[in-house]
Write a protein that binds this ligand. Structure first.
Ligand code: AMP
Ligand code: MG
Length: 421
């Protein structure tokens, strides 16, 4: 087992280690946020045939030579085509057909004159313009043709993709499976959310935070409760977790006398690959795999630190990208921006610090300000944060006015109160 990786070494290691989950076929209507496991090839043309883009009259351009607002040309109005309807016969010279948006263009017609440029008079219609050939006509297959690759493998399904799939007649769609994540807590001091906190007990809040972090990316958390600090209990809890794709345990693997997680994992056949990442919050992170991990074998395992901020931040840096990758995503990391520091930050070299910051827009740039007490237990300062400022491994000072990279952790950060245009 390796010890003491840098953040980027750990990220690379984990991304290379995680398997992609197998595909399943789900109703298109329920596929929002899922990732396509196969490309989608159209078996249809959309629109199915040449059709009108306007309410107006289908005409033959040649009939309207010389037409103008003061000198309209009169055509015989011979039939009508509604959306979903069909022309009963081709359009002949000197004829026009009433046509509605989306209706198929009659054979023989080569343009549509929009209603506003015409005047209907009984069996006749006067056109005051000469349309360009195919004006207001949508070509059959203009949007999609038979054989077109409409959506590529790996595409994330948003509402537009759902509509597109529906228009192709796909009521079901192949996507990567959601990751099932077993969430475990361990410690004699821990109680459930409505438990008795007298005598220094604390709520096992990490399972709430981490389950929500799973849900936020479309993974399925399965909460397996709190295990007391006893080897048999820890083992029983981990056995129950073996059916998951990923096990997230907090508190995890540390060197304390009461930490049985490591022993139990090894007994169950988990190979711990590394322990310790040079970061703050969150040094004591463990990553392991069961033989044949992934769809075929056992789950991947993260032993997260128990401190609430450390657990949440390490989840975000390592578990979140791993789960996204398992579920077929290729863009697994949070976005970053550059921001100017409004205060000087100092630390010892040797660990990368993720500093909880708020961000504010000023004179065309972002300003970053630490959210106060950065201790690993202070969840409020994480709740207040818009982002995590990256204070590099060996750096000792980031001076006021310097630019730094900030990872945006609030999914709604770029949402606005005003339209902005
Ligand atoms: P440990 O890693 O067991 O030494 O725990 C470090 C700190 O995190 C201790 O203060 C624990 O009480 C706390 N802690 C451990 N597990 C959880 C949890 N599931 N929810 C909230 N705090 C926890
Ligand atoms: Mg503990």
């Amino acid at each position: 087992m390796r010890e003491g990786l840098t953040v980027s070494e750990a990220q690379v290691w984990i991304q290379q280690a995680v398997p992609t989950l197998v595909a399943e076929v789900v109703p298109t209507a329920d596929a929002l946020g899922r990732v396509l496991s196969e490309s989608v090839v159209s078996g249809r043309r959309i629109p199915p045939a040449d059709c009108s883009a306007m309410d107006g009259y289908a005409v033959r351009v040649a009939d309207l030579a010389g037409a103008g607002p003061g000198s309209p040309v009169e055509l015989s109005l011979v039939f009508e085509v509604a959306a979903g309807g069909r022309a009963s016969r081709p359009l002949r010279a000197g004829e026009a057909a009433r046509i509605f948006t989306g209706a198929p263009l009659p054979e023989g017609a080569d343009a549509v004159v929009k209603q506003e440029d015409t005047e209907e008079a009984g069996e006749r219609v006067r056109c005051g313009v000469v349309p360009a050939p195919r004006e207001h006509v949508r070509d059959g297959g203009e949007d999609i043709d038979i054989g077109d690759v409409v959506l590529e493998t790996g595409c994330v399904i948003r509402p537009a993709e759902i509509g597109l799939l529906a228009s192709l007649g796909r009521s079901m769609v192949p996507v990567h499976r959601r990751a099932r994540v077993a969430i475990l807590s361990g410690g004699d001091e821990l109680v459930e959310v409505d438990g008795d906190v007298s005598g220094g007990r604390i709520v096992a809040s990490n399972s709430y935070t981490l389950s929500a972090q799973c849900r936020a990316i479309g993974a399925d958390p399965v909460y397996l409760g709190i295990s007391p600090d006893r080897p048999e209990s820890v083992e029983q809890q981990f056995r129950a977790a073996l059916l998951a794709d990923c096990i997230v345990s907090s508190a995890g693997v540390s060197v304390g006398d009461h930490d049985h997680v490591r022993t139990v994992l090894e007994k169950l056949g988990c190979r711990l690959e590394f322990w310790g990442v040079k970061m703050k919050p969150g040094y004591p992170l463990a990553f392991g795999r069961f033989e044949g991990s992934g769809s075929a074998g056992g789950p991947i395992v993260f032993g997260l630190p128990g401190n609430p901020v450390s657990a949440s931040v390490t989840f975000d840096q390592f578990v979140r990208p791993a789960l996204l990758r398992m579920m077929g995503h290729t863009r697994c990391f949070r976005p970053t921006i550059q921001a100017r520091l409004v205060e000087t930050l100092r630390k010892k070299p040797g660990r990368l610090h993720f500093v909880r910051v708020t961000l504010e827009r000023s004179d065309g740039e972002w300003l970053a300000r630490a959210t106060g007490n950065q201790s690993s237990g202070v969840m409020r300062s994480l709740a207040l944060a818009d982002g995590l400022l990256v204070f590099p491994l060996e750096a000792e000072e980031l001076a006021e006015g310097e630019q730094a990279t900030v990872q945006i952790v609030d999914d709604g950060f770029f949402a606005a109160e005003q339209p902005g245009f």
